[in-house]
Design a protein around this ligand. Structure first.
Ligand code: ASP
Ligand code: MG
Length: 595
C-alpha cells in the first residue's frame, strides 16, 4: 500500500478550523487508500510566542531549556490534530520526536538528525492509524529534547518520508507552489509544475523562502519527491524532484537577494594563503560569504571582493579590518546599497550564451552590473539596489519565464517516462551509517587543460559585459566560469573567464578587439590552468567545506586564481602543475564525507 507523508506548516494549523481541515485532508488521503503520516508544526506563530516568553524570564536562556520549551509548540498541535481526526471518526495517534525515534546530535536549537527508528510508526500504520508526528524535534543520546532549527518541520517530514520509503512528501503550506520568482516582487511570476532539487537548493539559498534548505538536501540525498501545495485548495502544486520541468529551457527561475553588501579588500599580495586568512577571519564569525571574486592586478597585488548579507556587513568589516595589516593589504572598501540578481537552471550547464543573454537583458534595462559570478547552474550579478526591481523584471522577461516552455512536462509525464522511484533498499542501506544529515560530497574532480583570459581596465559602464560575452559567443567560443570583479581605485574593473586551452588564441584575439573598441587597458591570458570542483549536497549549510579547502590549498602553497561557489559546488582555478597535489590533499581531507 502506498504511503504518503503530509506536512502541515504553522499557518495550516493556525486555529481550530484549520486543524479540522488538515485532519480532513489526511482522512481523505487515507480513504483513497494511502497510509498517512502527518508531520505538524506549531500552531501559527506559537514558536515566536514561546521565544518571547523565554526572553521575558531570562536574558540568555540555556539552549537545552529553550529546546524543551519550543518543542511544546509541536506537542500541542499534534495532540489537537489527532483529537480532530478522532472527532471526524478516524483513528490517529500523535507522537513526539522522541516517540518516533528521531535521534539527533546534541547541538540544541540546530540539531542534525542521526537516525530514525520506524518500527513504532509502522506498527501504528499497520493498525489503521493516521500517525501524527511532531515536526522540528528529536532527542539526543541522553534523551534530552532537541530542535532542528527554525522551519525544521520540513526536514522532519522529508526525513520520515525517506526512511519510510514514502511515495511522496506533501508540503501543505500557505503558498500554492514554487514560482519562477517571488510573486510578491513580480506579479507575472509563473507557478511551475516541476522543479529539480538542485534548482530549488540554489533558489532557496538565494532567499526563496518556500522550504527549509536542509529538507531539500535530504530529499535529494534520498530521492524523495516533494509536493509543495496549498493547504487551502485542492489544486496540485509543484513537484520537487531530480528532473527539471523542461529540457530545453536554460533558466528555470530568477531570484533577487535585495539586501546584500559588497566588501573589497584592496591590494592583497597575490601569494598563497591570503584568501584563507581573509575568509577564515569571516568564517570565525559564522558569516557566510558569497560572490567571491579576486582580480589579479599587474603588480602581483589582487583585489578580493565578496558579498555578505546586509545585516552582517558591520561584523564582516570588523573581522576583515582586524587582519588587513597582517596580510599587508592596502585597505578595505564596501558598498551597503547593492542587490544580487541571479538566474538558476539545470539546463544552462550545457548551453552557450546564457550569460550573454542575461547581461544583455540587464543592459537593455539600463542596469549597471558591478560584479559577476557563475557556477554550473547559476549566474549572479551584483547591481545597485535602486535598480534591483528593474533588474529582476529584466531577467525574468529576458528568459520569458512567465511562459511555460513548450516542452515542459508535468510530474505525471516525467514519472511515466522514467523509473524515478527511490530504491528503498538503497536508501535503507545508506541509512545504516547513523548520520543521516552528515555532509555528503559526491565528487572531487578536476578539469585540466583550461585557460584563463582577463580583460583589464574595463570601464564600469552599462552594457559592457553584454558586449564582451556576446562577441565571444559569436566567435563560437564556449566559456565556462565568468567573474567580474570590482575595482575601487579608478572606477575600472576586470573581467575574467575560463575556456578550453584550445580556445586560448582565438579568445585573446576576440578579447583584444573588444578591448580596443571599449578602450580597456589590455588583455592577459594564460594556459595551463585547472578547475578543481568539490561537489556535494548542502555545501552552504556545512560551512566548513570552504574553510577546509582554503586551508588545504594554503598549506600546499597553492595559489587560488579564481573562485566560484554555489550550493552544489565549490570551484577553484589553480595552476595545472599543482592539480594532482591539490586533488590528493582534498580527497584525504574530505575522506569521511565522500561516498
Ligand atoms: N515551529 C517551528 C518554527 O516555527 C518549526 C516549523 O515550523 O517548521 O520554526
Ligand atoms: Mg513554520
Amino acid at each position: 500500500m502506498s504511503l504518503i507523508v503530509q506536512k502541515f506548516g504553522g499557518t495550516s494549523v493556525a486555529d481550530t478550523e484549520k486543524i479540522r481541515a488538515a485532519a480532513r485532508r489526511a482522512i481523505r488521503a487515507q480513504k483513497q487508500g494511502h497510509r498517512v503520516v502527518m508531520v505538524v508544526s506549531a500552531m501559527g506563530k506559537q514558536t515566536d510566542v514561546l521565544l518571547k516568553l523565554a526572553a521575558g524570564v531570562c536574558e540568555r536562556p540555556p539552549a537545552r531549556e529553550m529546546d524543551m520549551l519550543l518543542s511544546t509548540g509541536e506537542q500541542t498541535s499534534v495532540a489537537l490534530v489527532a483529537m480532530a481526526i478522532h472527532d471526524l471518526g478516524s483513528k490517529a495517534v500523535s507522537l513526539t520526536g522522541g516517540q518516533i525515534g528521531m535521534k539527533t546530535d546534541n547541538s540544541f536549537s540546530k540539531a542534525r538528525i542521526r537516525s530514525i527508528d520506524t518500527r513504532r510508526i509502522e506498527r501504528l500504520l499497520e493498525e489503521g492509524n493516521i500517525v501524527v508526528a511532531a515536526g522540528f524535534q528529536g532527542i539526543d543520546d541522553d534523551l534530552n529534547i532537541t530542535t532542528l532549527g527554525r522551519g525544521g518541520s520540513d526536514t522532519t517530514a522529508v526525513a520520515l518520508a525517506a526512511v519510510l520509503g514514502a511515495d511522496a512528501c506533501e508540503i501543505n503550506t500557505d503558498v500554492d507552489g514554487v514560482y519562477t520568482t517571488d510573486p510578491r516582487l513580480l506579479p507575472e511570476a509563473r507557478r511551475v509544475d516541476v522543479i529539480s532539487y538542485d534548482e530549488m537548493l540554489e533558489l532557496a539559498s538565494l532567499g526563496a523562502g518556500v522550504m527549509h534548505s536542509r529538507s531539500i538536501e535530504f530529499a535529494k540525498k534520498f530521492s524523495v519527491p516533494i509536493h509543495v501545495r496549498s493547504s487551502f485548495g485542492d489544486r496540485d502544486g509543484t513537484m520537487i524532484v531530480a528532473q527539471a520541468e523542461s529540457e530545453s529551457a536554460a533558466v528555470s527561475g530568477a531570484a533577487l537577494t535585495k539586501d546584500e553588501a559588497r566588501v573589497t579588500v584592496l591590494g592583497v599580495p597575490d601569494v598563497p594563503g591570503m584568501s584563507r586568512t581573509i575568509f577564515n577571519a569571516i568564517a570565525a564569525q559564522k558569516i557566510a560569504v558569497d560572490m567571491v571574486v579576486q582580480n589579479v592586478g599587474a603588480e602581483g597585488k589582487a583585489d578580493v571582493s565578496f558579498t555578505v548579507a546586509g545585516d552582517e556587513l558591520d561584523q564582516t568589516l570588523r573581522a576583515v579590518e582586524s587582519i588587513v595589516d597582517s596580510i599587508d593589504a592596502s585597505g578595505v572598501t564596501h558598498d551597503a546599497e547593492v542587490s544580487k540578481v541571479s538566474v538558476v537552471g539545470l539546463g544552462m550547464a550545457d548551453q552557450k550564451a546564457v550569460a550573454a543573454k542575461m547581461f544583455r537583458a540587464l543592459a537593455d534595462a539600463g542596469v549597471n552590473i558591478q560584479m559577476i559570478t557563475t557556477s554550473e547552474i547559476k549566474i549572479s550579478a551584483l547591481v545597485p539596489r535602486e535598480q534591483s526591481a528593474a533588474a529582476l523584471r529584466a531577467v525574468h522577461e529576458g528568459f520569458t519565464l512567465d511562459q511555460r516552455p513548450a516542452d515542459a512536462k508535468t510530474w505525471k509525464e516525467i514519472k511515466a517516462e522514467a523509473a524515478v522511484e527511490a530504491d528503498v533498499h538503497d536508501v535503507v542501506s545508506r541509512l545504516q551509517n547513523d548520520a543521516l544529515e552528515a555532509l555528503t560530497l559526491t565528487d572531487i574532480a578536476f578539469v585540466g587543460g583550461q585557460a584563463r583570459v582577463t580583460l583589464d581596465g574595463v570601464l564600469d559602464q552599462v552594457g559592457i559585459a553584454a558586449d564582451v560575452f556576446e562577441e565571444i559567443g559569436q566567435a563560437g567560443i564556449f566559456i565556462d566560469m565568468i567573474v567580474q570583479g570590482f575595482d575601487g581605485e579608478d572606477g575600472r574593473t576586470s573581467v575574467s573567464f575560463t575556456t578550453d586551452e584550445a580556445n586560448l588564441e582565438a579568445s585573446i584575439k576576440v578579447a583584444e578587439q573588444i578591448c580596443e573598441k571599449h578602450a580597456m587597458r589590455g588583455v592577459r591570458g594564460s594556459a595551463g590552468i585547472t578547475k578543481l570542483s568539490v561537489s556535494g549536497i548542502g555545501l552552504r549549510s556545512h560551512t566548513q567545506v570552504g574553510t577546509v579547502l582554503f586551508d588545504q590549498l594554503a598549506e600546499a602553497k597553492i595559489n587560488v586564481e579564481m573562485i566560484a561557489t554555489s550550493e552544489l559546488q565549490v570551484n577553484v582555478v589553480i595552476d595545472s602543475a599543482q592539480a594532482d597535489t591539490a586533488t590528493r590533499r582534498l580527497k584525504a581531507a574530505f575522506a569521511d564525507a565522500l561516498n
